[in-house]
Design a protein around this ligand. Structure first.
Ligand code: ADP
Length: 484
């Protein structure tokens, strides 16, 4: 069983208006450990009625929260971030238990998640308006920024802590209140974050965490005219549905959707740096992040040398239960994830690709999968079109820059892209030509609280993190004052 230093971080009820509650029906859903198949806990199955109560509480809480000074809100956010870091080990254990990632990665996620809170605690202080030059002598024109209001977040399982704080922190900093509906696979981390927010003194109703039937809770949040904004991270398919459901109430939307990240390695790249970057980008969280390398384009001249180094690095990966210190690759989240990986590999091999390493479910069983390397991949294969979301590195071969930019852009997605080259002019040229929201140059890790995270095309709307992220939770108000 899960052992925590602070046992009350294992919450099995929803946080509504500062109270821990069950569903009216008493219905509950189990939470599983993907590494062992063991049931860790269970959480309430909220439906429409409880969701409407949370919305009502949020609206009441907002009236007082928006009146606080930015400094006061920032201080409460800082207290929350400090509580999180004090509970880093417990939170990491919860993340590993319900999500599967190795403990070291989970600890890193807690620090990354807390960094958004402290960043936005500081950004709250810089929400300034402006005074415009009036075209009329008798008028003064002022622009102020005000919080959007009641916000909702629907978050995925791959970063059970960070996807919540990246949305809740800017919302609360801006003076909004937030209802969080975490993924059904990973509600325990979300509920623990709720407990820590309570301990930090964040007032009742300002941050609520509700679990339940995703479609029903989601529809209720979308339909409500009281909810003014929805921030969603997840699949493009569900993002599209939520966008349509938000149309009748013209809700503000932030969407972080699927990716199909290309990594381009040119002949002049530092091969060791490229391999390190590919490994970091591809195999983090066993390939289950939306910025994971999905297509690896390698130029002719270095193709074989790079594949050889990559194969050696893949062979070094240690698959196992994330709670074991030596593990670098945890299990996949569920059997559907394993099936998708297998379908993509089979499709490529059927169309002529070559399996260099892995390719099979791991001997550990369950949802463990062998880290896999495939070469001879082409644009006709599913790897080129769909996000694999697993520990599979598909290598494509290319001849020149024009060809590879066109292949890299040939997708409806546009989240992250990476390129490796020593040529400074090419870094700029290709960096600008790639139709992506984020481009890593000679690095495979690009995400932090200071930079704007987000995609173009069907990868989403809006940006999270950075000084731009708080704008998503602010409205501009223009005041025209007649001074005559
Ligand atoms: P994934 O394939 O990564 O699980 P999803 O888009 O299915 O991505 O899930 C991301 C989040 O969206 C989760 O919190 C999930 O519960 C929620 N979700 C899934 N389907 C719906 C839906 N129909 N309405 C609202 N939320 C949904």
């Amino acid at each position: 069983m899960l052992k925590l230093n602070q046992p009350d971080l294992l919450r099995q009820q929803c946080l509504v208006n500062g109270e821990w509650c069950d569903a009216m029906s008493g219905a509950r859903e189990p939470v599983m450990n993907p590494a062992t198949g063991e049931t860790l806990a269970s959480v309430p199955q909220f439906s429409e009625a409880e969701t409407l109560q949370a919305i009502e509480s949020a609206n009441q809480a907002w009236q007082a929260w928006k009146q606080l000074t930015a400094k006061a809100r920032g201080a409460l956010l800082n207290a929350w971030a400090e509580k999180m870091m004090a509970a880093q080990e417990d939170l990491a254990r919860l993340i590993t238990a319900e999500q599967g990632k190795p403990l070291a990665e989970a600890r890193g996620e807690v620090a990354y998640a807390a960094s958004f809170i402290s960043w936005f605690a500081a950004e709250a202080l810089r929400v300034d308006g402006s005074v415009l030059q009036s075209p009329q002598a008798n008028q003064r024109l002022v622009v102020v920024k005000q919080p959007v209001g009641v916000c909702a977040a629907i978050t995925p399982w791959n970063f059970p802590a960070a996807m919540i704080t990246r949305k809740a922190a800017p919302a609360l900093a801006a003076g909004c209140v937030m209802i969080v509906k975490p993924a059904e696979q990973t509600p325990l981390t979300a509920l623990a974050l709720g407990q820590l927010a309570v301990e930090a003194g964040i007032p009742a109703g300002v941050l609520q965490v509700i679990t339940g039937d995703a479609a029903q809770v989601g529809k209720t949040l979308c339909d409500s005219p009281v909810v003014r904004k929805l921030s969603f991270t997840g699949s493009t398919e569900v993002g599209r549905l939520l966008m349509a459901q938000c149309a009748p109430t013209i809700k503000k939307l932030s969407l972080e959707l699927g990716g199909n990240a290309p990594v381009i390695v040119f002949d002049d790249a530092d091969l060791d740096a490229a391999v390190a970057g590919i490994m970091a980008s591809k195999f983090r969280n066993s390939g289950q992040t939306c910025v994971c390398a999905n297509r690896i384009y390698v130029q002719d001249g270095i193709h074989d040398a790079l594949v050889e180094k990559l194969a050696a690095a893949v062979a070094d990966l240690q698959v196992g239960d994330g709670s074991r210190a030596e593990t670098s690759q945890g299990p996949l989240i569920d059997t559907q994830a394993v099936e998708k990986v297998q379908i993509h590999i089979r499709d490529a091999l059927d169309k002529g690709a070559t399996l260099v390493a892995g390719g099979q479910p791991h001997a550990l069983g369950g949802t463990f999968f062998q880290p896999t390397l495939v070469t001879g991949v082409t644009q006709e294969m599913r790897f080129a079109r769909e996000e694999t979301f697993g520990p599979v590195a598909p290598v494509f071969r290319f001849r020149d820059e024009t060809e590879v930019v066109s292949m890299a852009n040939d997708t409806e997605f546009g989240l992250a892209a990476y390129l490796f080259t020593a040529n400074a002019a090419r870094q700029w040229r290709v960096g600008e030509a790639l139709e992506y929201g984020m481009v890593g140059v000679n690095t495979g890790l690009i995400s932090n609280e200071v930079a704007p995270f987000g995609g173009v095309k069907q990868s989403g709307l809006g940006r999270e993190g950075s000084r731009y992220g708080i704008e998503e939770y602010l409205e501009l108000k223009y005041l025209c004052i007649d001074v005559s």
